[in-house]
Structure formats: C-alpha cells, structure tokens
Design a protein around this ligand. Structure first.
Ligand code: HPA
Ligand SMILES: [Zn+2]
Length: 337
C-alpha cells in the first residue's frame, strides 16, 4: 500500500459502530484491576494470558472474554476500561463510537446495573468534553441466556433509559436464533430503542433474515455470511441495511482462514452498506485503524473504498440527522469532495 493511502486510512474521520467495551480490556489492565480488586486469575502473567488468545471459534473466545470481564467490580473499573478504549479510538481519529456493553456478564456476578452504566457513561461524557468524541451505548442481551433473563435485564435498565440508545444481541450465535428474543425486542421497539443484532457471523444467513423480519433490527452486526444467499444479499443492498463488519475478529475466530480470504470487497461490490470495526480489539489484535490497514494491505481496495466506508460509518450511526450531516461534511472535506 502506498504511503498516501495509508495516511488517508489513519487520518480519515470515522465512526466505530461495533465494539464491545468489555472486549477492549487489555491484559495489562485485566491484571491491574485483578490486583486492585483482589480477584484471582487463572493466568500467572500478562504473557500467559496473551498466549491463551488463540481461538478456534466464537465459543473458545467467549470463554476467555467472560473470564477477563470478571475483574470489573467498581464504577471506577468501568470508567478506566472505557477511558482507555476512548483514548485509543481518539488516536485512530474515531469521531463517534457506539459501544456495546453486556450488563448480564456483570449483574450475574453481583455488580449493580448502575455501577456498570454510570462508569461507562462518565468516560463517554469526558471524551465528549475533552476531544469532541461523541458516543452512545447499546445494551446487549446475551443470547445463550433465556428471553426471560433478557426481560429482567431490560427491567433493571429502565431507570437508566436515557443512558443508552439501543439494544443488541451477542454471545454464542449457533443454536440461539433471533426468534428466541422476538418478544423482548418488540418491547424495546415500543420503548423507542434502536435495534441491532449479531447475525451471520458463525450462524447461517437465515439468522440475518429472521433478525430483520422477527426482531426488526436496523443494522446487522457482522452479517458476512449473507453472501451465501443471493436473495438475502440483494435485499440487504436494496434496503440499505448496514453491516458492521469486523475483519480481524473474523480471522481470529476462523470465519475466514486469512486476511486475504476475507469477503469485505465482495460485500462492497454487492452494493452493501459496509462499515469496518474492531469488535473486541484487545483480543483480536487490533483497533479500528489496524482493521482498515490490514484489509487494504491484503485486498485490492483503494481511496474510493476508504471514502465510501468512512461515509457509511456515519450514515449507519444512530446520530440525529444534523449531527450525522456535520460528520459527513467533515468526511467530504477530508476527501476533497
Ligand atoms: O464477536 C462477538 N460475537 C458474539 N458475541 C460477542 N461478544 C463479544 N464479542 C462478540
Ligand atoms: Zn461483536
């Protein structure tokens, strides 16, 4: 890749729409928080923990990701984790970020919902004040748990309704199809929440279809397996349903064997509204700019694709129309358009 394109990717204004805040917890911070909170870890050192980050599929990653999150206990812990991510995102010229958080991972360990959301929210407010970096929260339901548990979580979340813009669905995809959560998503829609779901990462294209039809989601998280179904792909393109693609995640979780095998360019060529995101950057070997750089290094992607995906990231966001336009103008100005 030439230096000019590299600079463009690094410097262009961008939004990140698919990032699990618990997945930004770097091994060093896991160890620091374990010490601060007197939590015992199964790993002797940062190096030993990092060595365990060799995943064979989504589940093998999730087991380690939930273990890592067990060090988070106080509001300050959630603040420190979020602050570290936002600092890193700011360095990557992320102007707006929509963060997933997994309340059930914490409430089932006895951490109060408010502790989680207040710590994350305070870090988001500071980033807005200090760097003009805007952020929003999307509360995810863990799909390996029951719909009843999701309803209970929604109930706990209602006093904090002003602190998140939407809900999502994450964790183990296979065997936990979208329809399991149809009623809780319908209730969230009534509450005016924006809706997204992980679908078509490891699960079949049909999970994308049911996420659209039964959950009424506005964006699909991952969605890369849509290309196995031509009719579904045409529908996603026609309806301009954004896909929040996470290339390095897909490599680390063996959805594709190597970076050069990723279908990002095919998704773009199919006319889909593709965005690039980091998913769980501490676990998958890179933040959002690393995702852009590795994809552009391995695939025949150029400046026009960069421009398109920078624009997509803002147009697919849940910002209001005026804020969206402000950022889109910034992208156009950056690209001299
Ligand atoms: O990539 C993911 N997929 C599903 N659930 C997750 N929770 C954190 N990251 C992921
Ligand atoms: Zn994800």
């Amino acid at each position: 890749m030439d230096a000019a394109l590299r600079d463009t990717l690094l410097q262009m204004p961008k939004a990140e729409l698919h990032m699990h805040i618990e997945g930004s917890l770097e091994p060093e911070l896991i160890f620091a928080l374990a010490e601060r909170n007197k939590v015992k870890l199964e790993y002797a050192s940062v190096e030993e923990l990092r060595t365990a980050y060799a995943f064979k599929d989504l589940q093998s990653f999730l087991d380690i990701y939930y273990a890592g999150a067990s060090v988070l206990l106080t509001e300050q812990d959630f603040y420190d984790m979020t602050r570290a991510y936002l600092q890193r995102a700011h360095a990557d010229n992320v102007r707006h970020t929509e963060l997933f958080f997994d309340p059930q991972t914490h409430t089932e360990r006895g951490v109060a919902f408010g502790t989680v959301v207040n710590g994350i929210d305070r870090a988001l407010q500071d980033a807005r004040k200090e760097w003009g970096l805007s952020g929003a929260l999307i509360m995810c339901f863990l799909r390996h748990l029951s719909e009843e548990e999701a309803f209970a979580t929604l109930e706990q979340a209602l006093p904090y309704r002003d602190k998140f813009v939407g809900v999502g669905l994450d964790s183990s995809e296979r065997g936990h199809p979208p329809e399991k959560f149809a009623r809780v998503f319908a209730r969230c829609k009534e509450l005016g929440l924006r809706l997204v779901a992980h679908a078509g990462e490891e699960g079949p294209p049909d999970y994308i279809r049911t996420a659209l039809d039964l959950l009424k989601v506005e964006r699909i998280d991952h969605g890369v397996r849509c290309l196995e179904d031509a009719e579904l792909t045409a529908r996603l393109a026609r309806d301009r349903v954004p896909l929040t693609v996470c290339p390095l995640s897909n490599i680390k979780l063996r959805v594709f064997d190597k970076v050069a095998d990723h279908n990002l360019l095919k998704l773009l060529d199919a006319g889909l509204v593709v965005t690039v995101n980091s998913d769980d950057p501490a676990y998958f070997g890179g933040y959002v700019n690393d995702n852009f750089l590795q994809m552009f290094e391995a695939l025949p992607l150029g400046r026009e694709h960069a421009y398109q995906m920078a624009r997509n990231s803002f147009s697919a966001s849940f910002l209001d129309a005026a804020e969206k336009q402000k950022y889109l103008d910034e992208v156009d100005a950056f690209f001299g358009q």
